[in-house]
Design a binder for this molecule. Structure first.
Ligand SMILES: N[C@@H](CCC(=O)N[C@@H](CS)C(=O)NCC(=O)O)C(=O)O
Length: 232
């Protein structure tokens, strides 16, 4: 049985970590049986990030490598028939969402004061003192350093909003009226798109990015479609 090690759910979502939610979405999409382990323990994770899986002793970290592993071991019902052009588009949108938009969302949750108040309460509210007094500050400092290392953290808040809104516009324009990102049938790109968009649109964190996404009804309709199909 596949064990999926992730953070505990928060914000009323399957997971407030878009990467953890992506992994659960993918497992549901391909219909593989799995068990959720809400350990939240990044120190036990091979790359000190969540999620990772343990598949009867085979431990794999990073959602892309996990999906590669699952495709190799259990087959590839979602992406096997994609053309080279569709694969290229999927890779490009995956990078846009996971490597760029993600950091703009991190900024809205961890750096902007209003978002930080919600994040702190949701992620650390149940933590006992004295941990609750210093762990949130250390975690926020760590995220600030990561954002700076990535480069997103070197921009002003207004510039980060511009970057994030541009990504969301690109996703909305590309999705347009299609039911799924690449057309009539769902693919693994939809695990990424759904997890990251739901984490933006449905998390109780008001931000310029959230409003921009909510103003594009096709994005919410898409999330509702994915939720009804895979999380009913
Ligand atoms: N590329 C990784 C990214 C995973 C990731 O960034 N996970 C975040 C949560 S959304 C994490 O574990 N952060 C903990 C930390 O940075 O200490 C993947 O695809 O799995």
């Amino acid at each position: 049985m596949i064990k999926l090690f992730q953070f505990a759910p928060a914000f009323g979502l399957p997971n407030a970590s878009p990467f953890c939610m992506k992994m659960e979405t993918y497992l549901r999409m391909v219909g593989l049986p799995f068990e959720l382990v809400n350990s939240g323990d990044v120190f036990k994770a091979p790359k000190h990030k969540l999620p990772y899986i343990d598949d009867d002793g085979v431990v794999v970290a990073d959602t892309s490598f996990i999906i590669d592993y699952l495709k190799g071991r259990y087959g590839d019902p979602l992406d096997a028939t994609l053309t080279a052009r569709e694969r290229a588009l999927a890779t490009a949108f995956q990078r846009l969402i996971e490597e760029n938009l993600y950091w703009a969302v991190v900024h809205s949750r961890w750096i902007e004061d209003a978002g930080w108040a919600r994040t702190k309460e949701a992620f650390f509210g149940a933590m006992p003192p004295p941990l609750r007094w210093f762990v949130p500050t250390l975690a926020r400092r760590g995220l600030r350093a990561e954002m700076r290392g990535h480069g997103m953290g070197r921009h002003s808040a207004a510039e980060i909003h511009t970057i994030g809104r541009r990504d969301l516009t690109a996703i909305a324009d590309f999705l347009a009226e299609k039911p799924f990102m690449l057309g009539e049938q769902p693919t693994s790109l939809d695990a990424t798109a759904h997890a990251f968009l739901a984490n933006l649109i449905w998390a109780p964190v008001d931000s310029s990015l959230q409003r921009h996404a909510q103003e594009r009804p096709t994005l919410e309709a898409y999330c509702q479609r994915m939720k009804a199909r895979y999380f009913a």
